[in-house]
Design a protein around this ligand. Structure first.
Ligand code: LLP
Length: 436
């Protein structure tokens, strides 16, 4: 268990706050984040990367978890912010996040999204489709504003993670393949680069790749980097243009269960920086800035979800089901990826585990299970269950399935509590519904 968690008086504490007291005061289900842990992970990025290397920058991938308060925290920490939709962009701007430090992604950005992004003056746009450069040039002219662009490339490397979150393989829907062609474009990605270099509306800032998520080895990043450096050199040779940056995406893993063994950022990034230096020295090239975009590794372990135990039954097949008052609407990851989690009874934190149970949600779905065959102390109706490492892609992927309201979100830091998102109400659920 991460050291932000402590057990006192048979109760689980997070960042010096009793989870049982939080459940009582704010209700369940409830997302709780340790702000201390989020800041600790950001500090690790600073000491192991952005402050260690001269040409290194980090963006937080907001898709992992974004609210107005989270955008404010990232702003205060001085990171860049990666957004991937008009909604994420709007949240960031509403939080006062400086547009110049926002990087706008997306494999299918609409003209309207690009219009907003360029209107706000976002720092960089990562082009991920044919036709996007032309839309950007058009809008750059409209706003009389030069736009920094990167191209997302598909390095075609295999990645050791769930296929749903693997994004750098040859058949990916993301990015331009090395021989990307469309009608009239017979020279693959290089004709796109040439167009951007020659454009009076955009500045070509570099190339980007993101190969997948929840990675524990650095091999895929290094394989993809080799491809990106090849492109970097080719652009230099063909056009005499040194791409200012290579963005290597996110993907650094978090610990969900005892079996996981998260590596420090330095494990991934030191070899990347060494290889960039070596390559550039070998071919006498200027060194590009390396940018990373971690999401999960910053917020994953900082977050827990608290639930109240309800019905408990043993099925005809012998499975003991412990039901909780949330489930797949607040955490879709087990149903979607077969993701594994660990949990304890927060009000019986000192009691030894004594049963094997399946923790299921309250949705009308057999697959609505948060943990299958996990171990717990003896559960009873009314107990508070804490599920660990729900900080990434939990709240951000939440839905209103079965019309369950999205839970509240809290930040806690050394004994202090801040509510950062209010629980949805039933009124919220019908707010946009119209009668006939
Ligand atoms: N940059 C780009 C362009 C991305 O597409 C992603 C994640 C990231 C950065 C951040 O990756 P991270 O550091 O969080 O691994 N919903 C899935 C994860 C999808 C990740 C999509 N892209 C899950 O719950 O596992």
């Amino acid at each position: 268990m991460n050291d932000i968690f402590k057990i006192k008086d048979n109760t689980l504490f997070i960042d010096n706050v009793s989870t049982v007291a939080l459940a009582k005061e704010y209700g369940t289900p409830l997302y709780v984040y340790s702000e201390t842990e989020i800041r600790r992970r950001i500090d690790e990025i600073k000491t192991m990367f952005t402050e260690k290397y001269k040409r290194a920058k980090a963006a937080y991938a907001s898709k992992a978890f974004l609210t107005v308060a989270m955008a404010q925290l990232i702003n205060r920490e001085g990171l860049l912010l990666d957004v991937v939709s008009g909604g994420e962009l709007y949240t960031a701007i509403a939080a006062g996040f400086p547009a110049a430090r926002i990087e706008f992604h997306g494999n299918n950005k609409s003209y309207e999204e690009l219009d907003r992004a360029i209107g706000y003056g976002v720092g960089k746009i990562i082009i991920d489709a044919f036709g996007e450069l032309e839309m950007i040039e058009n809008l750059a002219e409209k706003y009389s504003r030069n736009v920094n662009v990167l191209f997302r490339i598909t390095p075609a490397v295999e990645v050791d993670t769930h296929s749903f979150i693997s994004t750098g393989h040859a058949d990916s829907k993301f990015g331009f393949s090395m021989d990307a062609r469309d009608e009239g474009n017979l020279n693959g990605i290089y004709s796109l680069f040439q167009k951007a270099i020659e454009s009076k509306f955009v500045t070509l800032s570099g190339i980007h790749f993101h190969i997948g998520s929840q990675l524990f080895t650095n091999k895929s990043h290094l394989d993809a980097l080799a491809v990106a450096l090849g492109v970097y050199r080719e652009v230099n040779d063909r056009f005499g243009y040194a791409l200012p940056e290579i963005n290597i995406g996110g993907g650094f893993g978090a610990n969900y269960t005892e079996a996981d063994d998260r590596k420090p950022y330095s494990y991934f990034l030191d070899p990347v920086m060494e290889e960039v230096q070596r390559f550039c020295a070998q071919y006498d090239l200027k060194e590009p800035t390396i940018v990373i975009e971690p999401g999960r590794s910053i917020v994953g372990e900082a977050g827990i979800t608290l639930y109240t135990v309800g019905s408990i039954r043993t099925s005809g097949g012998g499975t003991k089901y412990v039901s909780i008052d949330g489930g797949m609407p607040d955490n879709i990851r087990p149903a979607l990826y077969g993701a594994k989690y660990e949990a304890i009874l927060a009000n019986k934190a000192d009691e030894p585990v004594s049963e094997t149970v399946t923790i299921c949600g309250k949705c009308c779905e057999t697959g609505d299970k948060i943990i299958e065959d996990g171990t717990l102390a003896r559960a009873e109706r009314g107990d508070i269950l804490a599920v660990f490492t729900t900080g990434a892609y939990g709240y951000s992927m939440a839905s209103n399935y079965n019309r369950l309201p999205v839970p509240a979100v809290l930040f806690v830091a050394d004994g202090k509590v801040k509510e950062i998102v209010k629980r949805q109400t039933f009124e919220d659920l019908i707010r946009n519904d119209l009668t006939i």
